[in-house]
Design a binder for this molecule. Structure first.
Ligand SMILES: [Zn+2]
Length: 276
């Protein structure tokens, strides 16, 4: 009885996902997609894949998280309100245009961020970046700048998760600005700092103070391009700083302060998660 219920339940989930995909695709894409789906189903007989968040077994058409966890993402909706709690993090400190995190860092969704940061879940970083980007279309961003890692830490990890999120965001923002791109050489991290996760508020501020600097060569090249490629609006450009998690805002504050001092610009912030 239980097995029968489980099979019906799995069949129902597969049916919903397939019908959604079919609605989005052209005929040629459907044939290719069908083949890939069958191959994945075959592989699923031998390799058990589970949802990062709830540990439910994944269907062949699901990647990393199941459709239930995708539907229940604890979105912040900070893009709706210009005076959201995330915006207020920086009030009285640094002049930030908008602060937009995608989800609240809570419950089972902590695993999602953990898999991106420590388990090399590159596809999930880009996928969530795209979702975040779809809420940033109205900001009129000119350049996307990921918070840098120290080169040594990037070598150890193999990637900078903020660069991946920035790539996803930029993919979406190209719909409104075809010249938009990720600039990952402008900001540099000078100090090889220990992870911020276990530190308290005072330690975080001390840890990131003076941890970053501007790449002078890149900055002058950018200023030259800004003058040539201006969209004939103003010379004041709008930068989007990107990080994985917003906590005290110490890291983002340090980066934004450098940009505001170097350029005639506005700075907004986007992160995947927010710890209120
Ligand atoms: Zn799940």
């Amino acid at each position: 009885m239980f097995t029968c219920k489980k099979v019906n339940f799995t069949f129902w989930r597969a049916k919903i996902l397939i019908s959604r995909k079919l609605a989005q695709m052209k005929t040629s894409q459907i044939i290719l997609s069908d083949i890939l789906l069958w191959l994945k189903s075959l592989a699923a007989l031998f390799i058990k894949r589970e949802c990062i968040c709830c540990k439910r077994e994944l269907l062949a058409s699901e990647n990393s998280i199941c459709m239930f966890c995708t539907e229940d993402l604890p979105l912040t909706y900070c893009w709706i309100n210009a005076s959201s709690p995330a915006d207020r993090t920086f009030w009285g400190r640094t002049k930030i245009e908008r602060v937009i995190p995608l989800i609240i860092y809570s419950g089972v969704y902590k695993s999602l961020l953990y898999s991106i940061k420590y388990h090399g879940n590159v596809r999930m970083a880009i996928r969530l970046g795209r979702l975040l980007g779809s809420h940033l279309l109205c900001l009129d961003i000119d350049l996307v700048i990921p918070v840098p890692l120290h080169p040594r830490k990037k070598r150890q990890r193999g990637y900078n998760q903020s660069e991946l999120i920035a790539k996803g965001i930029t993919d979406r923002l190209k719909a409104v600005n075809k010249n938009i791109r990720v600039e990952n050489k402008l900001l540099m991290r000078k100090n090889f700092t220990l992870t911020q996760t276990q530190k308290d508020r005072a330690d975080r501020w001390q840890n990131v103070k003076n941890a970053f600097c501007i790449n002078a060569k890149c900055a002058s090249s950018l200023k030259a391009k800004v003058i040539r490629n201006s969209r004939n609006t103003t010379e004041c450009f709008h930068f989007l700083l990107v990080d994985d998690v917003l906590t005290t805002g110490a890291t983002l504050d340090a980066c934004a302060s450098l940009l505001l001092a170097e350029f005639n610009c506005r700075v907004s912030i986007a992160t995947l998660a927010y710890i209120p």
